[in-house]
Design a protein around this ligand. Structure first.
Ligand SMILES: *Cc1c(COP(=O)(O)O)cnc(C)c1O
Length: 381
């Protein structure tokens, strides 16, 4: 048999015969998630797309192009390099670099048409000076720290900037942004405190647009939406409302091929470190995935997979290239060499895998390895 129900079967049929493990990114699902988030927004608010860390491991360029086709016009990346790589593919979009305007890169940013996210007064000054000297008025983002203590102007510096009514005159379009600290915990008092500080800030920059919410921030309600929201994780199918049903569509599927099936004729242990025992009569399927692919080692003896309709536990340690599954309960004809086991997908989303691994869905996504054969569904032209 060829693994699982739809979409597994469809995907498996697309697999290159040589693929040990196959990562399928459903760009239409990502576009649908973009539309679902957009439908929740307060009137007038726009939805950006956060595609840092190679689009959360899903491929920044195909993801961003698909989002652009879905109407997204503002994108955020972390590194300058990510911005320079993306911008040529999206000449008509704003590509904003969260790391900011790093020294020596002013001319490069300007030449490429990249929007720096200004993170301190020195960056504001440098970009203002460049724009004045060259008589250009590009859009700009100013990041103000309301509680993360990580990036962005201190509140006092932002106040000083507001005091000098002319300070941001050089720019055509100013977006003032801040970032939420605990948005996935709606009851946490820090949310309301950051909102109040941000509302105050916004009043100090009456001509600027404003942006506060990440994925989970969107679900804190319309007060948090302002002019632009900046979801990342939820676009890729991550649950922005932990502890509640996931309102997003799964966009990532990881299948690994069964490359060996072993009948255990004598009780013993499985894998490195002899961390798991198996009795005589058991059966082990070895699949072509490992921690070198970003399948986290902390899933040792804790992960699970699906072979067709059968849920099977991971047994033993995750090694560099291989993972072992206890398939003793699966009828032998349902688990044969060449079949695929589903590790991430409709049965087990990125957040479920994360919980088993003791991490968050973000780390699962951004660890997705480059040894996987990648397939994209719904690619934009
Ligand atoms: C990563 C990031 C986001 C997106 O956050 P998600 O929780 O993935 O939606 C938004 N804004 C900033 C400043 C970020 O660094």
């Amino acid at each position: 048999m060829t693994a699982a129900p739809d979409p597994t079967t469809e995907t498996a049929s697309r697999a290159d015969e040589r693929a040990g493990a196959l990562l399928t990114i459903d760009l239409d699902a990502i576009a649908e998630n973009y539309a679902r988030l957009g439908a929740r927004l307060a009137s007038g608010a726009q939805c950006a797309g956060v595609v840092k860390a190679d689009g959360y491991g899903c491929g920044a360029i195909p993801v961003a192009k698909r989002l652009f086709a879905a109407g997204c016009r503002v994108f955020f990346v972390a590194r300058a390099d990510e911005g320079f790589a993306l911008k040529p593919h999206l000449p008509d979009a704003e590509v904003c670099v969260l790391d900011g305007l790093l020294p020596g890169l002013v001319d490069d940013y300007a030449a490429a048409g990249i929007v720096p996210v200004l993170n301190d007064p020195g960056q504001v000054e440098a970009w203002t000076a460049y724009c004045a000297a060259n008589e250009v008025a590009p859009p700009v983002v100013v990041h103000v720290d309301t509680g993360m203590n990580r990036l962005g102007l201190a509140m006092a510096d932002a106040e000083a900037l507001a005091e000098d009514g002319d300070a941001l005159r050089a720019f055509s379009d100013v977006l003032v942004m801040s970032h939420l600290v605990v948005s996935e915990e709606p009851e946490h008092p820090l949310n309301a405190r950051q909102l109040a500080d941000f509302q105050h800030l916004r009043a100090r920059f009456p001509k600027a647009k404003a942006s506060l919410a990440n994925s989970s921030g969107i679900f804190l309600g319309p007060d948090y939406h302002f002019d632009l929201v900046r979801p990342g994780h939820a676009l890729y199918g991550g649950n922005p409302t932990p502890g509640q049903p996931n309102p997003m569509r799964h966009a990532v599927q990881l299948l690994a091929r069964v490359i060996a099936v072993r009948e255990v004729d004598k009780a013993g242990t499985v894998g490195y470190g002899a961390t798991a025992r198996i009795g005589a009569g058991g059966r082990i399927a070895t699949i072509a995935v490992g921690y070198a692919d970003g399948y986290l080692r902390s899933l040792s003896n804790r992960g699970e997979a699906w072979i067709g309709p059968h849920r099977v536990p991971l047994i033993g340690r995750v090694s560099m290239d291989l993972v072992t599954l206890d398939v003793s309960s699966v009828p032998p004809e349902d688990c044969q060499v060449g079949d695929f086991a589903e590790l991430i997908g409709a049965h087990s989303g990125v957040d479920d895998v994360a919980e088993r691994a003791g991490t968050n869905g973000y780390e699962i996504l951004t660890s997705l390895g480059h040894r996987y054969h990648r397939a994209y569904l719904g690619e934009a032209a």
